[in-house]
Design a protein around this ligand. Structure first.
Ligand SMILES: [Zn+2]
Length: 189
């Protein structure tokens, strides 16, 4: 049985055939993808078996589309909670363990009470226990130093980190655009 159109999102690639975004993966609902095809803003790279019909036309739903016009990615990513997690790869920067997002917190390396700023350079991902243990102390008082010195990442670095977290559902037509070069890198090692 064919899936319903609702479960047929299109993977959106930039004009250079890289996904617009890896994490979250750039997916458009089928209506948006079909509309972009009709507006001639995208090329269809791959299709689902699933078709949609209207009185005047029938078309197979696009599974991969690429933008005709290249969208430059901003070099400086937004300083958001999520992007800090992504920079730190969802890993507590003190005990180095992985945690689901809802179990992660933020730690000010130099505590706010001691003049520490809320910035890329002073905020790191921490699990709740490490955050509690470190408390309001300076790194030299607690002996707890972040695994990596926190810096502002580039958009490229965040994209690369996002690649490490594939979405739950991957249509087979998407794989070539997401993982081929990772496999190639592994092979050449
Ligand atoms: Zn921890």
């Amino acid at each position: 049985m064919l899936a319903s159109p609702e479960s047929c999102p299109a993977l959106v690639l930039n004009a250079d055939f890289r996904p617009l975004s890896y994490f979250p993966l750039s997916l458009w609902p089928w209506q948006e993808a079909v509309k972009a095809v009709f507006l001639e803003r995208v090329n269809i790279i791959s299709e689902y078996e699933q078709e949609v019909h209207s009185p005047s036309f029938t078309m197979r739903l696009p599974s991969v589309i690429s933008l005709k016009e290249f969208i430059p990615q901003s070099r400086r990513p937004a300083f958001t909670r999520f992007n800090v997690f992504l920079r730190d790869r969802f890993r507590c920067q003190y005990c180095r363990e992985h945690f689901p997002t809802h179990e992660l917190t933020f730690d000010h390396v130099i505590p706010r009470s001691k003049g520490g700023r809320t910035s890329w350079e002073n905020v790191v991902t921490a699990c709740q226990s490490c955050n509690l243990i470190k408390g309001d102390r300076l790194p030299h008082q607690s002996g707890m130093l972040p695994r990596r010195r926190p810096v502002q990442p580039t958009t490229f670095e965040l994209q690369e980190n996002g690649r490490a977290f594939p979405p739950n559902y991957l249509h087979h037509s998407w794989r070539d655009f997401l993982y081929w070069d990772i496999e190639l890198e592994t092979e050449t090692l």
